[in-house]
Design a binder for this molecule. Structure first.
Ligand SMILES: [Zn+2]
Length: 231
């Protein structure tokens, strides 16, 4: 079998590579962006300027960063990661996420993925966030705690819910497992997920870590959905 592009599955020259067309279509999130939310600004307003969104609705996490916008190529990569055995997809997604995580690493000492519900985990066979976070922790030389967070209940699919409904749906949906509470307490946690969508899931997971007395939580995701550059 010749190596295939993990996004579009055309033949490529080597494993763990995107084809040139898919690579050129990825839209990397670069500065200038909001130092809290990591959402790109359309103009450079300086390092100290925080977005209106972050001021109006301060998130429980300290900083969030994502590698790329959630466009078609990013969606294909995440889909491969979730539903198929494409080891190449995990390697590429992890490598790009690692780039976005580098600036957070000096104030992080524990890497924790957002967990899937057990039922979905079984459906998909593995947790794509844990797949990314394992490689991230290794790349950054940080401790990895893939089992620290758990879902406390099943949640509805977020699709079709508005922001308020999403927040309500996710409220209290996570907790830190009892035996991991001593590990989390006082630590600077780097929380990892594949896609930042409305933020409802990420914020609920962050709050669970803070309830377990984590000192701080920073967030890194591979892709960021639903953003237009802020003016
Ligand atoms: Zn491709």
């Amino acid at each position: 079998m010749p190596p295939l592009c993990p996004a579009c599955r055309t033949a490529v020259g080597a494993h763990d590579r995107l084809c040139p067309a898919c690579w050129s279509r990825l839209r990397f999130i670069e500065r200038p962006f909001c130092p809290v939310l990591g959402v790109p600004f359309s103009a450079d307003l300086g390092e100290a300027i925080v977005s209106a969104e972050a001021l109006a609705d301060p998130p429980p996490f300290r900083r969030a960063r994502s590698a790329v916008l959630f466009d078609e190529t990013a969606r294909l990569l995440v889909h491969q990661l979730k539903y198929r055995d494409q080891p190449g997809a995990a390697g590429i997604v992890a490598a790009l996420t690692l780039r976005a995580a580098r600036e957070l690493a000096d104030r992080a000492d524990l890497v924790v993925p957002v967990p899937l519900h057990r039922f979905r985990l079984w459906q998909r066979r593995f947790n794509q966030s844990a797949e990314i976070s394992a490689r991230l922790a290794a790349g950054l030389g940080l401790e990895h705690a893939p089992m620290a967070l758990m879902r406390t209940r099943r949640t509805r699919q977020q699709v079709g819910l508005n922001a308020r409904e999403r927040a309500a749906n996710m409220r209290g949906a996570f907790c830190v497992r009892e035996r991991f509470r001593p590990l989390v307490a006082g630590r600077q946690v780097l929380l990892v997920d594949d896609v930042y969508t409305s933020g409802a899931t990420i914020k609920a997971a962050t709050k669970a870590l803070l309830r377990a007395r984590a000192e701080s939580v920073d967030v890194v995701t591979f892709a960021r959905a639903g953003i237009d550059p802020l003016g």
